[in-house]
Ligand binder design. Sequence first.
Ligand SMILES: [Zn+2]
Length: 105
Amino acid sequence: MSINLPEGPGGPLAGVLAGLEGRLAEVVKEVRRLRGMVRELEEENQRLRNIILVDQSGSGGHEQLLHFYEEGFHVCPPQFARVRGNEGCLFCQSFLEKKGLKPHG
Ligand SMILES: [Zn+2]
């Protein structure tokens, strides 16, 4: 008669547990990564909101675009409102120039 009892260290159960632990660690890592992403998106969202609020309180439409661009976002149609970071975007620049605006740098 044979019953499947959990075996000692190094047995199949230990292997299964080790596997689960590894998977769990991966899930935890993924959750952390997603949390970081959510935080970044929230910050970005806040920045966008601030920009929109600033824009509502004053200047005309075209300056808003320039402001938006200088805050580090794309204003060009293909990538509108995406994060531009510190890299210049030729599409944005020519888009702004067409509107008679000159981005600095
Ligand atoms: Zn762009």
